[in-house]
Design a protein around this ligand. Structure first.
Ligand SMILES: [Zn+2]
Length: 197
């Protein structure tokens, strides 16, 4: 009798131990995934800051003006990616978010705000601390290197607003980066279009 009760308790304890191990393993997995996602988001923000620095240096060498986007004809070397390449020392790994699938969608995972190309001086961008100059490219939007600011649909077509969980990284015209939900880039002010706020 004593032996059976002992055996029953042992089985219950075993089940509890297994349940606790499963719970802890699940927690460890969740923490592991979150820390990897956080590391990717931080590395991505670093990339954007480096690209922002390259844009500033390019503008400094070109009377304050930003490079062109890939629209229509023109000198391919004047397009922003080729034009800024020497200003980040050809370190091409910064052209790509760590959470981006380069094999499926190509190397470049960022888009520049087309409002500020075609002859805009970086110094003339109004409210640079709240004006987005670069965002994370939506997977599949591979034919252009920029995003456009003419409405919700066009922006959503070109920008991935959830690259890092519920947020994506954005580079602002003053050189800082922020991880934000996409809707906060449009409300209460449109951070993509300082001319029409
Ligand atoms: Zn990213």
């Amino acid at each position: 009798m004593t032996d059976r009760r002992q055996a029953g308790l042992t089985l219950l304890e075993l089940m509890l131990v297994v349940a606790i191990i499963c719970l802890l393993a699940g927690l460890a997995l969740t923490v592991g995934v979150r820390s990897r996602e956080r590391a990717e988001m931080t590395a991505c923000a670093f990339n954007l800051r480096q690209l922002g620095m390259a844009l500033s240096l390019y503008a400094y060498d070109h009377d304050g003006y930003l490079p062109q986007v890939s629209y229509g004809a023109g000198d391919p070397q004047a397009k922003w990616l080729a034009a800024t390449l020497p200003y980040y020392g050809g370190a091409r790994e910064i052209e790509q978010c760590p959470a981006w699938d380069a094999r499926a969608y190509g190397r470049l995972s960022y888009v520049i705000n087309a409002s500020f190309s075609h002859g805009t001086a970086l110094g003339s961008v109004p409210e640079p601390a709240t004006t987005i100059i670069m965002a994370e490219r939506r997977a599949g939007y591979t034919h252009l290197d920029y995003h456009w600011n003419e409405g919700w649909l066009a922006l959503e077509d070109s920008i991935d607003g959830t690259r890092h969980g519920a947020v994506s990284n954005y580079l602002f015209a003053d050189g800082h980066t922020e991880a934000m939900p996409f809707n906060l880039t449009l409300q209460p002010i449109n951070m993509h279009d300082p001319q029409h706020r």
